[in-house]
Design a protein. Structure first.
Length: 194
């Protein structure tokens, strides 16, 4: 059973914790409330290899079966702009997931010069994204991974990514009215100002 749709909700959890399922249930409930309601799913994953292409295809099929009225938009990088573009008072937006979005900025495919430019642009993108969260006209559901609960990872780049994701999660949690932690398919409300 889902708690009602909040103005903005950030759903955190580990892999296969039920984050995406909760977001889909919220979208399904939103669509059921009124024939005028719409739902848009903004996907941030990129199909870098065969396994990821298969995973994306499976998620698309499962999502279409569970929430047939939800439209999918692919946007791996320009998330703030996508929120602004699809924001309407009768439209619930689901973004899945912020971890992959951050990965696309911090570890883009390409040469070193492109990676340095992306790292520089990341701070501006996060600032624009946090503003877009507050300015979105309809309900917003954001999905992200909580990866900072385990052992300290080996390697400077991995530790840097875990730190960056932790900071992003804190900023997004501050910007959202509700924050839900998922574990074993069960929601735990961490914050509810909705």
């Amino acid at each position: 059973m889902t708690k009602g749709v909040a103005r903005s909700e950030f759903i955190l959890g580990g892999q296969k914790s039920g984050k995406s399922r909760r977001a889909e249930l919220l979208a399904r409930d939103w669509l059921a409330q009124s024939p005028e309601h719409q739902a848009v799913f903004i996907a941030t994953a990129q199909p870098w290899d065969d396994e990821m292409r298969e995973r994306i295809a499976r998620h698309q099929q499962d999502r279409a079966a569970r929430v047939p009225g939800m439209r999918t938009v692919e946007e791996p990088v320009q998330l703030a702009q996508a929120l602004t573009r699809h924001s309407q008072s009768q439209t619930l937006i689901v973004v899945d997931c912020l971890t992959l979005w951050l990965t696309n900025w911090v570890m883009p495919a390409g040469d070193l010069e492109q990676k340095e430019a992306s790292a520089h642009d990341l701070h501006a993108q996060i600032a624009m994204f946090l503003i877009a969260i507050k300015e979105t006209a309809g309900p917003l559901v954001l999905v992200g991974n909580e990866i900072g609960l385990g052992v300290i990872p080996l390697g400077r780049e991995v530790r840097s990514f875990v730190d960056a994701l932790g900071r992003l999660n804190q900023d997004v949690a501050q910007a959202c009215g509700r924050v839900t932690l998922m574990a074993a398919g069960l929601p735990l409300t961490l914050k509810d100002d909705s």
